[in-house]
Design a protein around this ligand. Structure first.
Ligand code: HPA
Ligand SMILES: [Zn+2]
Length: 336
């Protein structure tokens, strides 16, 4: 890739729409928080922990990811984690970030819902006040738990709905299809929350279809397996349904073997509204621009694709039309 394209990838304005904030917890911060909170870790050092990041599939990652989150106890811990992510995002010229968090990962350990949400929300407010970075919080339900548990989580969220723009569905995909959460997503729709779901990362195209038809989602998180089903691909393209693709995640979790095998270019060629995102950057080897650069180095992607991806990220964001247009104009100006 030439230097001009690399510079453009770095400096183009972009939105991040698929980042699990607990997945931004770097090993150094895990150790610092463990010490601050007197939490015992199963790993003797930062290096030993990093060495354990050799994943074979989604579940092998989730086991370590939930263990890493065990050091988060106080509101300040959630603030520090989020602030560290926002600083990285700012360096990558992320102008708007829609951040997932997993309340059940914390409430199930006895950490109150409000401790987690207030710490994360305060960091987002500070980024807005200090840098003009915009953002929002998307509360994810853990799909390996029951729909009843999801309803309990929604109940806890009720006093905080002003801090949440939407709900999502994450954790172990296979065996936990979207329809398991039909009723809780319907309720979230009545509450005026945006709806997204992980689908078609490890799960089959049918999960993507059911996320659309049953959960009424407005974006598909990952969705890369859609290409196995031409009729579904055609539908996603026709509806302009955004896919929040996470390239380095897909490589680390063995959805594709190598960067050069990723289907990002094929998704764009199929007319899909793909975006690039980091998923769990502390675990998968990179933040936003690392993901862009890895794909542009490995695949036949050009300047026009960078423009398309930056544009798609704002079009797919949960922003009002005026704000979207202002960001899209900024993207166009960057490529003029
Ligand atoms: O990539 C992911 N997939 C499903 N659940 C997750 N929770 C954090 N990251 C992920
Ligand atoms: Zn994800």
């Amino acid at each position: 890739m030439d230097q001009a394209l690399r510079d453009l990838l770095q400096r183009m304005p972009k939105a991040e729409l698929h980042i699990h904030i607990e997945g931004s917890l770097e090993p150094e911060l895990i150790f610092a928080l463990a010490e601050r909170n007197q939490v015992k870790l199963d790993y003797p050092s930062v290096e030993a922990l990093r060495r354990a990041y050799a994943f074979t599939d989604l579940q092998s990652f989730l086991d370590i990811y939930y263990a890493g989150a065990s050091v988060l106890l106080k509101e300040q811990d959630f603030y520090d984690m989020t602030w560290a992510y926002l600083q990285k995002a700012r360096q990558d010229n992320v102008r708007h970030a829609e951040i997932f968090f997993d309340p059940q990962t914390h409430t199930d350990r006895g950490v109150p819902f409000e401790i987690a949400i207030n710490g994360i929300h305060r960091a987002l407010q500070d980024a807005r006040a200090q840098w003009g970075m915009s953002g929002g919080l998307i509360m994810c339900f853990l799909r390996h738990l029951s729909e009843e548990d999801a309803f309990k989580t929604l109940e806890q969220a009720m006093p905080h709905l002003d801090k949440i723009i939407g709900v999502g569905l994450d954790s172990s995909e296979r065996g936990h299809p979207p329809e398991k959460f039909a009723r809780v997503f319907a309720r979230c729709g009545e509450l005026g929350l945006h709806r997204v779901a992980h689908a078609g990362e490890e799960g089959p195209p049918e999960y993507i279809r059911n996320a659309l038809d049953i959960l009424k989602v407005e974006r598909i998180d990952h969705g890369v397996r859609c290409l196995e089903d031409p009729a579904l691909t055609e539908r996603l393209a026709r509806e302009g349904m955004p896919l929040t693709v996470c390239p380095l995640s897909n490589i680390k979790l063995r959805v594709f073997d190598r960067n050069a095998d990723h289907n990002l270019r094929a998704l764009l060629d199929a007319g899909l509204a793909a975006t690039v995102n980091s998923d769990d950057p502390a675990y998968f080897g990179g933040y936003m621009n690392d993901n862009f650069i890895a794909m542009f180095e490995a695949l036949p992607l050009e300047r026009r694709h960078a423009w398309q991806l930056a544009r798609n990220s704002f079009v797919a964001a949960f922003l009002d039309e005026d704000k979207k247009k202002a960001f899209v104009d900024e993207v166009d100006a960057c490529f003029a």
